[in-house]
Design a protein around this ligand. Structure first.
Ligand code: SAJ
Length: 445
């Protein structure tokens, strides 16, 4: 099958799609292509996830507007089903790869899932098929790893026997379908013709710009856009630390700084979690490793952001000290375990870092999170007898707490605001000893 044949099959919706990896990216994209009229087969290794999906039940908790309904619709219509049998890929004209691409503790890419997907797919890949990597990969990976893996297991050569592209996802838990439809995407093809066919495919689900380019540029864009965000957040966090030391209020500073043209100071906070921001800067940096380029800013920003949960711990120790409590014998209620407000996604959660540190100190920790099964108990009930409350995530239910009622059930009135949710005056009039990220003590009084 030639690229132009494939283009025609895309236009007529006859092209058969397969999506490898049915997580936060693969599941919504499979559903959206199915709703666009394609026959979509989803591949995953988790049998429980597969059976939930085939029953039309979304395995993703948290608030994902429209996803459950869409999944039920496309499974019901027969346009989408999930399996763990890679042999079913042999019928696919287009294969999307949406597997996890984490980095290890040494910040090196861990491509085990990607390599396994390429090898399993390579054994059954149809001639003339188009393979598109949606997972975030270090610049150069499509060339050095993906095409090599596919060729070694299939004997097929890129641009001769199959076609290859990179189309990084731009999803965000809590607005998966919205971002997929409304955010522009980069279609990086192994050839310009491949990029054009990719654009024809994505135009069926994306209402925003679809920019065609080469695969390396697509890989650089994706990792750069997230490294950019990480550096911006780190800058906000560093200014927050300065404001604390200087007795300033970073939240007011940020508000006024952002009135200056071309400024967009991000939000300081209790840490940077998730599946993208903590790892994509390292994927970008990896591209410069071979040439031993001395990178300073990107690693430094990662260090600043990774340190924020430890700073929260310092603020907690300081406030408990003021309340004449020792941290090791304290009982701490942590509000929010997900990495991001109003989601159930706990990957790289800053709260997990804080909990680990408290566990090491022998401190008793109680977790509350309205979106995570097992942590959804009554907040006031859980707060009974605690010595401090630490707000780590701006979940909607935490934005208007009854601070007086909360204080009344605590054994000592300590509140650490890791996201700048509450005004110092509100915390003070509720009788708390409190610390807020980015607010110096003089500001708080
Ligand atoms: N965070 C801050 N300060 C900020 C923004 C975020 O501390 O100003 C923290 C959050 O609390 C969270 C982490 O950073 O712990 C990541 O937050 P995020 O808003 O970046 O959410 P993500 O991780 O889902 O980021 C995704 C990214 N999208 C993709 O990789 C496709 C990111 O590029 C987007 O900018 C973001 O969604 C978005 O806002 O859409």
């Amino acid at each position: 099958m030639t690229l132009s044949d494939l283009g025609k099959k895309i236009e007529s919706r006859e092209a058969k799609l397969a999506v490898i990896g049915l997580g936060y990216v693969g599941l919504p994209v499979a559903c959206m292509f199915a709703r666009a009229g394609f026959q979509v087969t989803g591949l995953d290794i988790k049998l429980e996830l597969i059976s939930k999906i085939n029953a039309g039940i979304s395995p993703i908790e948290g608030e994902e507007p429209g996803l459950s309904e869409l999944l039920g619709e496309v499974v019901g219509s027969g346009h989408f089903y999930a399996t763990d049998d890679y042999k079913e890929l042999s019928l696919a004209d287009i294969v999307l790869i949406d597997v996890e691409t984490p980095v290890d503790h040494d910040h090196k890419p861990n491509y085990s899932a990607l390599i396994s997907a390429c090898q399993s797919m390579g054994r059954v890949l149809k001639s003339g098929a188009l393979v598109i990597v949606e997972s975030t990969i270090a610049p150069g990976t499509s060339d050095h790893i993906v095409s090599t893996m596919i060729e070694s297991t299939s004997g097929k050569r890129v641009d001769n026997d199959y076609f290859l592209g990179v189309c990084p996802e731009r999803v965000m838990p809590g607005k998966l379908l919205h971002n997929m439809r409304k955010m522009s995407r980069v279609c990086g093809g192994s050839t310009p013709e491949t990029a054009k066919v990719m654009r024809e495919l994505y135009i069926s689900i994306v209402e925003a710009d679809l920019d065609t380019t080469d695969m390396l540029t697509a890989e650089l864009v994706k990792t750069t856009e997230n490294a950019y965000r990480d550096v911006q957040i780190a800058f906000a966090n560093e200014v927050a630390l300065i404001c604390e030391a200087a007795g300033g209020d970073v939240w007011r500073v940020r508000e006024l700084v952002n009135k200056s043209p071309y400024r967009q100071m991000h939000l300081p906070g209790a840490g940077v979690g998730g599946h993208c921001i903590p790892k994509d800067p390292w994927l970008l940096a990896h591209a410069a490793e071979r040439e031993e380029v001395p990178l300073r800013l990107i690693p430094a920003a990662r260090a600043v952001n990774d340190w924020m949960p430890f700073h929260i711990l310092d603020l907690l120790k300081d406030a408990l000290n003021e309340a004449d409590r020792s941290i090791s014998s304290a009982r701490i209620l942590i509000l929010g375990y997900a990495y991001l407000e109003d989601t159930d996604d706990v990957r790289n959660s800053p709260s997990a870092v804080l909990k680990e540190q408290l566990d090491q100190l022998g401190t008793k920790t109680i977790l509350h999170d309205p979106y995570i099964t097992g942590y959804q108990g009554g907040l006031l009930e859980l707060a009974k007898g605690c010595n401090a409350v630490v707000l780590m995530v701006r979940h909607r239910p935490y934005l208007e707490l009854d601070l007086v009622a909360l204080n009344s059930v605590l054994s000592s009135p300590v509140f650490i605001d890791g996201r700048g949710v509450y005004d110092p005056s509100a915390l003070q009039s509720a009788g708390f000893i409190f610390r807020t990220i980015g607010r110096g003590l003089r500001q708080a009084l």
